[in-house]
Design a protein around this ligand. Structure first.
Ligand code: PMP
Length: 441
């Protein structure tokens, strides 16, 4: 099917990778918007150019005039009339330039992808802004996942990922994992069904992508060790797979130094990384990023052009102004404050779990994120218990089944979030959960 795709007009290789075989027919058929090309042309032309081409509305007709947003621990963000007009107008599909530059510099500082052929300087690596990392993930899947494809992931996994992937008609294959993430020997065993020398042959069913949440996994709280990442990356090289590194809890790692990311090991250009500001700046502003090989990021932008067009200009400008006033140092100081909050919350949840659940449940202490994944002893499936009985006791958790590839498979786990409740509420919730488990038939 992919042989029929019209991808000749796009540059689909970078470094040593050629991405043609990874693209879905839908993605390959996406063309740059002619209107967007004209807009760029207009931006590069002298001011004497009279353009009747733009279809943007006139911002003078908009009702908002200016804005001033007070920042905790920082300068007030102001939008005067000119800034407001820009904030309320359409903008580029890949993101506003100042936010892109800021984030590129941060990615370079934090991940510094290794080879000269794959670095922000020479344009082989790129990033774009997305409306939360959820949009990035959806677009990446739309770009890479054909019906019938085998896709690897370590379940239980984020229900939003399952929601995006399952309707694509792909075959999700579970890679065994534990509290340290994907188990490389199990991945190797699983991949041994295919001959690495034959993955490029037409009709090969070998998986082309592997999706994972490397830090503070949702729902498991698992964080992958550096050694495991290295081994998984090597297997990805051997079988020529792309890795989708969905890392919204990267900034919520409680221990320093933070673990090296897949992106930081990416000598080939096979990592597509999704980042999110949802857990550290605001979930409602909807700012995320896709970082990866330029040909693939360019293509994600084509998918954005045809759907949301771009992430809200207003929220991008607001975040960009904040980040520029903070600079990298202020940003990282803010992250430290956020980490401190979640670490205390995590500790409070663990001590309440120790107090109430020790003999009726099992868990691993997460080193990142905002979730505790709890196995209830003697309970085969938590669905009924949580959706019926727990509500009667006025305690709510997420039954583990919703994070499984097949949500009807029995699952003895529940997910407890330590993000929003006070330590007192967490303690009372676990007291209620404990009596619920003890009373269960
Ligand atoms: N990936 C994972 C693993 C998540 O837990 C979430 C949010 N719960 C997302 C992606 C989406 O986050 P957002 O769109 O808010 O960036």
């Amino acid at each position: 099917m992919q042989g029929d795709c019209h991808i000749a007009d796009f540059n689909i290789s970078a470094g040593i990778m050629n991405y043609a075989r990874f693209l879905t027919a839908v993605s390959a058929a996406r063309k740059p918007s002619p209107i967007r090309i004209l807009t760029e042309l207009q931006q590069r032309s002298p001011p004497s150019l009279i353009s009747l081409a733009g279809g943007a509305p006139n911002p003078n007709t908009f009702p908002f005039q200016s804005a001033s947003i007070k920042v905790k621990h920082g300068e007030t963000i102001t939008f005067d009339e000119t800034a407001m007009k820009r904030a309320l107008q359409y903008s580029a599909s890949n993101g506003i330039p100042e936010l892109l530059t800021w984030m590129k510099n941060l990615q370079k500082k934090l991940h510094n992808p290794p080879t000269a052929s794959y670095s922000p300087e020479n344009g082989q690596m790129d990033l774009c802004v997305t409306t939360g990392s959820q949009e990035g993930l959806c677009k990446v899947f739309e770009m890479l996942v054909n019906p019938g494809d085998n896709v690897l992931l370590d379940a239980p996994t984020y229900s939003g990922t399952l929601a995006a992937l399952l309707p694509l008609g792909c075959n999700l294959i579970n890679v065994p994992s534990d509290q340290h993430g994907i188990i490389p020997s199990a991945l190797k065993e699983l991949l041994s069904r295919w001959d690495p020398l034959e993955v490029h042959k037409p009709g090969s069913t070998a998986p082309k992508i592997l999706y994972t949440i490397p830090n503070g996994g949702n729902p498991t709280g698992a964080s992958m060790t550096t050694q495991r990442k290295k081994e998984v990356y090597e297997l990805a090289r051997q079988y020529d797979m792309l890795i989708i590194e969905d890392d919204p809890y990267y900034f919520l790692q409680f221990n320093k130094p933070w673990a090296p990311t897949f992106l930081s090991m990416d000598v080939d250009g096979r990592i597509i990384r999704t980042d999110s500001f949802s857990k550290i700046l605001s979930s409602g502003l909807r700012i995320g990023f896709v970082t990866g090989p330029k040909p693939l990021v360019d293509r994600v932008v084509l998918h954005i052009q045809a759907s949301t067009m771009h992430t809200s200009t207003f929220t991008q400008l607001m975040v960009s102004q904040l980040l520029h006033s903070w600079e990298q140092e202020g940003f990282l100081q803010h992250i430290d404050r956020v980490i401190e909050f979640y670490r205390k919350q995590r500790d409070a949840m663990i001590s309440s779990a120790d107090k109430w659940l020790k003999d009726v449940a099992e868990w691993h202490t997460p080193s990142a994120g905002m979730f505790l994944w709890i196995k209830l002893k003697g309970i085969a499936d938590t669905q009924q218990l949580i959706m019926k009985k727990a509500l009667e006791k006025e305690v709510l958790l997420v039954p583990g089944g919703v994070f499984m590839i097949n949500s009807s498979d029995p699952c003895p786990y529940v997910r407890a979030a330590f993000s929003l409740s006070t330590p007192e509420q967490i303690d009372e919730a676990f007291r209620r959960l404990s009596s619920l488990i003890r009373e269960a038939p």
